[in-house]
Design a binder for this molecule. Structure first.
Ligand code: ATP
Ligand code: MG
Length: 381
């Protein structure tokens, strides 16, 4: 593989963990993001400074690599389409990426493909939504999602009453859906290669931090029946087949109180809901993504041991150069696998790292996960 180059757009923690996985195979990784102070830079064979939203930067980067993939979906797909025309292998397919990047097109895709998702309506902006409520065509409460650009709950607004309607609506083109009566949030990370091989990791359960509106704990195995587990895996496999893409697809699901499984959204790349796989499964999601985009045989996805993954977030009230208080105490705890991303700056609720706690069962692992959260405080120097 001496002259081979796998390009990755984005140089955050997902890129870092991809590069670390590639290291085991001596697979050369070229990464691109705006600053060489980002997490992936020290672990990439070569790191190029450039903006993945910029056509020329993406095009020029892509011309230098053999296969191009992503660790974030908000990239310039026009450049990717051109690169594909010129013979560069791009995974996931930029045409499908254009659908996934837009929450409105994504929902339309599920309807066309007969995949389960909640009802929805598209609106051009806040005024259209207010008018629809007045006319009675849009009922409170509802969930507003920005069609583009959202992440970690940014770009999602829950509109419960008239006051929210006046104050909380985001002034952007939106996909609007009813508030789903959620029993559990589940996710399945599934992979597909060019040979059409498909493999899914076991279903995980996500528990949210209500204040930060992002995932706090990831529990594997999920506390669900065998039947729900099978249905979730089947939906994920059908979804990746429908998209016909290579690489990973993380499928976020809602299990409703009436026992229905709905697709919330997908991400065509490694995902927060697969972080535990590094420590707790036969193959990690990062290794699996590389196998999939390289068209190598996919790895065994079985779980080695139950686990709880906890996202390590920047403490509220601190913005600046990160300092990790309580590190050595946490490292002394049994079964704790710490992953610090190496972000220079901390901000309230910013994802700074994660810890995967292995244990006999998820109840015991969660107790240790809470201990980690209590002791490891990410402050400023
Ligand atoms: N229709 C809904 N009903 C109830 N809760 C919802 C609904 N849609 C979203 N949520 C809640 O908001 C969270 C974030 O929504 P979503 O996943 O669409 O946004 P996001 O910003 O792309 O997320 P992330 O980047 O964190 O995956 C969901 O995981 C869920 O907890
Ligand atoms: Mg989500």
């Amino acid at each position: 593989m001496t002259n081979f180059k796998l390009g990755i757009l984005g140089g955050g923690q997902l890129g870092k963990m991809l590069a670390l996985a590639a290291g085991n195979w001596d697979l050369p990784i070229w990464s691109m993001d705006t600053s060489s102070s980002f997490p992936a830079a020290p672990f990439s064979t070569k790191f190029i400074e450039g903006d993945f939203k910029n056509y020329d930067d993406v095009y020029n980067f892509g011309k230098q690599v053999d296969i191009l993939t992503i660790e974030i979906e908000h990239v310039n797909t026009d450049a990717l389409l051109q690169l594909e025309k010129e013979g560069v292998k791009v995974h996931p397919s930029p045409t499908k990426l254009n659908i996934i990047k837009d929450k409105g097109l994504q929902k339309q895709f599920y309807v066309e493909q007969n995949l389960p998702t909640s009802e929805f309506t598209l609106y051009a902006g806040a005024e259209e939504m207010r008018a629809a409520v007045k006319e009675g065509t849009l009922k409170l409460p509802f969930v507003q999602k920005s069609r583009g650009g959202g992440y970690d709950g940014k770009g999602v607004a829950v509109i419960k009453n008239e006051q929210d309607l006046a104050e909380k609506l985001l002034p952007v083109p939106s996909m609007v859906e009813p508030l789903v009566d959620i029993d559990k949030e589940l996710a399945v990370v599934v992979a597909r290669n060019e040979n059409g091989e498909v493999r899914a990791f076991p279903t995980v359960e996500m528990e949210f931090n209500q204040v930060a509106n992002l995932v706090e704990y990831l529990i594997c195995p999920a506390n669900i029946s065998q039947k729900i587990e099978e249905q979730a895996l089947e939906i994920a496999m059908k979804t990746i087949a429908a998209y016909d893409i290579c690489g990973l697809l993380a499928v976020e699901l809602f299990l409703t109180k009436s026992g229905e499984i709905l697709i919330n959204e997908v991400a065509p790349r490694p995902h927060n809901s697969g972080h535990h796989t590094i420590d707790s499964c036969y193959t990690s999601q990062f290794q699996q993504h590389l196998r999939a985009v390289m068209n190598w045989p996919l790895g065994e996805t079985k779980m080695k041991t139950p686990s709880v993954m906890v996202n390590l977030l920047g403490a509220d009230g601190y913005t600046g150069e990160a300092y990790y208080e309580g590190l050595s105490e946490v490292m002394a705890l049994s079964g704790v696998n710490l992953h610090l991303y190496g972000k220079t700056l901390t901000k309230p609720y910013r994802k700074m790292g994660h810890a995967t706690i292995l244990g006999e069962d998820t109840v015991q692992a969660k107790i240790v996960a809470k201990e980690v959260q209590k002791r490891l405080i990410i402050k400023t120097v």
